[in-house]
Structures are given as C-alpha cells and as structure tokens.
Ligand binder design. Structure first.
Ligand SMILES: [Fe+2]
Length: 351
C-alpha cells in the first residue's frame, strides 16, 4: 500500500503531450511534474528526485536515449518508462536493456499508459521492499538471537532467584554477590564486555544448586566429607546448565567460582592466573557475602571481620590483585540490604 501519492516527472518537448499525460496520471492519484527537456529534467531530479519518469525518447538537444544511462546511474531507485513512436520499438527495447522499466507507444492509449505506470510502480515498490529486506535480514537475525538469549538468560535468572527464595539462608545471595563482584570489576577497570560477562556469571553462579539436596544444604551442623563433596557439584552442574546460552568466559566463572587461588580446592584442576579472572573475582565476592550472612550453623560475621578474613587468605584462597581491589571497595556504600533479605548458604564450611 502507498502511504503518499507517488511522484511522476513527465519529460517531453511537446507541451500538449505533457498536459495530456499530466491530466490522466493526476486523475489516477499520482503527483505529477513536467519538464520540457533533458536539462530541465535533471535540474528537477537534483532538487527532489521522483519515483517514476515518463521519458520521451526523441527530444531536441539531449535525447531521452542519452539521458537514460545518467538517470539510472544517479537515481537507481527511480523507475523509467520510455515513450516512443511505434516505428522506434527496437530502440525502445534497447533502452530496456539499459535499465528502462517499460515503454509505451505514441500516439498514447491513455489507459495503457495508466496501466504501465501502475505496474511499473508496483514492481518498483516490490524491488525496494526486497532490497530493504535483504539489507536488514542479518540485522533482524542478530536482533532475534539477542532477544532469544536475553529471554533464556532471564528464565535461568528467575530460576536462580526462585531457588534462593526457598529459604531465608539463600534469598538475595546472587544479587548481592553480583553487586560486590561488579564493584571489584570497576576497581580493576574491566572493559564493558567483561563487566557484562561478570554480571551474568555472578547472577548465575549458583544455578547448579538445583541439583543439591536441600537437607544437606541447610544442615545446621558440620558437613561430612561426602556431604561437602555433594554440595560442591553445583559448580560443575551450573556450568552445564548455562553452557548453551552464555559464552565460555561466563561458563568458566560458574565452573571455577569455588577454586582456591593456590589450587587446593576440591577436585581443582587449575590454579593462580589459570583460574578465569571472573571466577577469582566471584570467589572473593561470594566468600564476603557468605561470611556476612547468617548460616544454618552460625550467625553472620561483622563486615570488618569478614574483610580481615579475606585479607588473611590473600595468596591462598584469594588472588592478591582481586582481593586488594575488593579491600578498596567501600561495601557500606553498596546497595546490599540484608534487613530485607535474609541470607545465604553459598560457600559451605569445609569439613
Ligand atoms: Fe557456589
């Protein structure tokens, strides 16, 4: 459908012919202008190009045949219909090979003219739509991919929050860890892409707890070695859950978030800088939130005491660079509000 009447430029050296075509095509609903020569036609096109040109093949000075290649080169989106005497049909066909969209014979049958104009403009609209579709196809695919990924990640995020909300020890943990991790990331001047990965890694790091026995997770006493090992499978399980929808860096954060810097963690296969940076950041943020939160087996530790504990574990449990960045963060300024959400159960006490 056409929103605005399309414009037609009628180019012919004979004024009565221009008037005849103008009257007919205006009645058809088109906006028509006229030009008495090729030079005038070019001036009008330069000022404001039209959707279609009715071009007389034979004109004094520059002919329509000469003008056609120039028009197609400079105004490829403008359709051109050649007007020709019956005897010049072979020339008209030649013009079509050079890019003209149709030709009509003089003397005009006005209904045929109107039909040719309608068909040519319809074809032009379709061609423009196809061109636009092709140009935007990749962009649309990319947008859809991003949207699907966003919806999927949102669903996993909702799953994490639902898991945490099941009891007072876990509610709000991932959100708080995310906030602390991002504060560390800012201290380390991480680029925007890394910060986005860190945000997702933090929000999703404990999604694997869906596979952890609730009784063991909330056990008030000390865990047996077997129970501790059972709880710690959540890092591997979580990596498997998020792998189809996030990049490898986020998977690495989830998989390694309980790794100890010196390599002494349970079933740990990498150490020091081989542990993904995001996971080293998560380890600190996670431990801080765990220590400053009530647990089934102990009350929350004061913030300053937790900071001292992190300082004490620099080089063993925590990366010195990451832990130092954390210690520069004023955690009292973070919007972590534990009065609204009771907490955690993340890093379980080792047996
Ligand atoms: Fe965890």
């Amino acid at each position: 459908m056409v929103n605005q009447p399309e414009r037609i430029l009628i180019v012919d050296d004979e004024a009565p012919i221009r008037k005849l075509l103008l009257r007919k095509l205006s009645r058809q609903g088109y906006r028509c202008e006229e030009a008495g020569s090729a030079v005038e036609a070019l001036e009008k096109m330069r000022a404001d190009s039209v959707e279609l040109i009715m071009l007389d093949m034979k004109m004094p000075g520059k002919s329509g045949i000469d003008l056609l290649p120039e028009l197609k080169a400079n105004y490829p989106a403008t359709a051109v219909i050649m007007a020709t005497a019956v005897a010049e049909t072979s020339l008209a066909i030649q013009c079509m090979k050079q890019g003209a969209d149709d030709y009509i014979n003089k003397p005009f049958n006005l209904d045929e003219v109107a039909l040719s104009v309608d068909k040519t403009l319809e074809k032009r609209r379709l061609e423009l739509q196809i061109k636009e579709y092709q140009e935007h196809l990749q962009q649309k695919v990319d947008e859809q991919t991003v949207e699907i990924r966003r919806l999927f990640l949102g669903a996993i995020e909702a799953l994490v929050f639902a898991l945490e909300a099941k009891d007072k020890y876990t509610a709000g943990h991932s959100r708080r860890v995310t906030e602390v991790a991002l504060a560390i990331g800012r201290e380390l001047n991480l680029p925007e892409d890394d910060m986005e990965d860190l945000r997702w890694g933090s929000l999703l790091h404990d999604v694997g707890k869906i596979a952890v026995d609730q009784f063991i997770q909330n056990k008030p006493g000390k865990l047996t070695p077997a129970e501790y090992e059972h709880i710690m499978i959540h890092a591997q399980v979580g990596a498997g859950i998020v792998r189809p929808v996030v990049n490898d860096r986020v998977v690495g954060m989830v998989e390694h978030h309980h790794d100890r810097y010196n390599g002494t963690g349970l079933h740990q296969v990498v150490a020091r800088e081989d542990i993904p940076l995001g996971a080293r950041i998560l380890a600190v943020a996670d431990a801080f939130d765990a220590m400053t939160s009530d647990r089934p087996y102990r009350p929350a530790m004061p913030v300053e005491e937790a900071r001292q504990e992190i300082r004490r574990c620099i080089g063993t449990q925590f990366d010195p660079v990451v832990a130092s960045a954390f210690l520069r963060v004023d955690t009292s300024r973070l919007a972590v509000d534990k009065s609204k959400v009771a907490v955690v159960m993340d890093t379980p006490a080792r047996p």
